[in-house]
Design a protein around this ligand. Sequence first.
Ligand code: BGC
Length: 426
Amino acid sequence: MKFQLKDIKLGVATAVTQIEGDDTNNTWYDWSQRGGVVDGSSPVVANQHYKLYRNDIDLMAELNIECYRFGLEWSRIEPQENCFDDDALKHYLDEVLYMKSKGIEPLLTFHHFTNPLWFERSGGWERKDSPSIFLRFVDKVLSVLGAHVNQYVTINEPNVYVTNGYFYGTWPPGKKKFSAVRRVMKNMTIAHIDAYNYVHQYRKNLGFQDTRVGFANHLRIFEAANNSLYSKTCAKLMEKMFQTSLTDAILTGKCRFPVPKVHRKVGKYYDFVGINYYTRSTVSGFADGVRKGAPVNDLGWEIYPEGIEILTKRMYNRYKAPIYITENGTCDKSDAFRCRYIYDHLLHIAQCGVPVERYYHWTFIDNFEWAEGQTAPFGLVALDFDTQQRTVRNSGRFYANIIANGGVTEEDYEKYVVPSLDGNKQ
Ligand code: BGC
């Protein structure tokens, strides 16, 4: 064996709006109609997973997937304010029961970047009562799924959501206002803490003791482009503004700038620490960049496998809870280096010496990649968007073998893993 993976379940992660198709009542459909997607595509096609979910789960089972992080479309479940759609809820119940019947363990995400239009148009996450509106949705979901799912992600990457949606304005709602950034950070922090408590209480009342709740935290390595004190200070500052303060606020209720104070007890609002890891940022001044000569993926993001180990250790030492890698993967249209990417990142996880209990590869099938539309394939399985034909990539087969063998065999290493990422330099 090249290396073994012990006490870790391996799976895949998706986000609902990126795969389901056919819903026009959400913010990303609206954004696509207003020209916000590079190739003019919209999430209305995606993977047609709302129809094809049983086929997709069958394919997961064929590839030995052990656990699945997936989401629910809030705008389907609550198409108008306080009006709930029982058919949509039944649909998700069937999806959960079906994956469980195949031996796939669910991890359910309540919020992954997308809102119902009624919510967005009435102020969205800037609304003071947004945490209680979100909680009403959570309650409704639990009334159907609470007895069947024991692990939950409240919110996906609140830092990316606020940065793109309220600071740069490149994602819906397209604002560029620091006061709104801070308001949304505050409301999402409260929403997480309240949902954390609520899910625990709800399942406790049903007699369950095994509930786990966390959030999926987008973390990067921030490094200065050179050794000057100015660059180093900028890198630290960017790290704090983008991730450190918000992580701490959400997980513990301790708020420091830029997150405004929330009136919640300081405590422990997580049962696992979720990490979405993709890349390192090389910072000069306040600009984000890529280290010269570093290998990059098709989107120009640096491939930096050491980062997953650094962040995993850092988060474990700080928060002392099992680590879930809630997302990790790469954009590689020709599947030229994805096996190497998987190998290197899993190797760092295997050797990091702290309990990493889940790894969810991003992603299962190529999907609607937000502002990049259909142009950025992250899948272990390739998708033809026109025919909806799914084709398992080499990397999908490699990953399936890793799961079957509990690690990487010499034979698979020879067969799948390209020698290095040198050919892939920036
Ligand atoms: C998001 C995913 C996205 C992936 C790749 C993560 O930040 O949670 O929705 O597709 O990155 O860009």
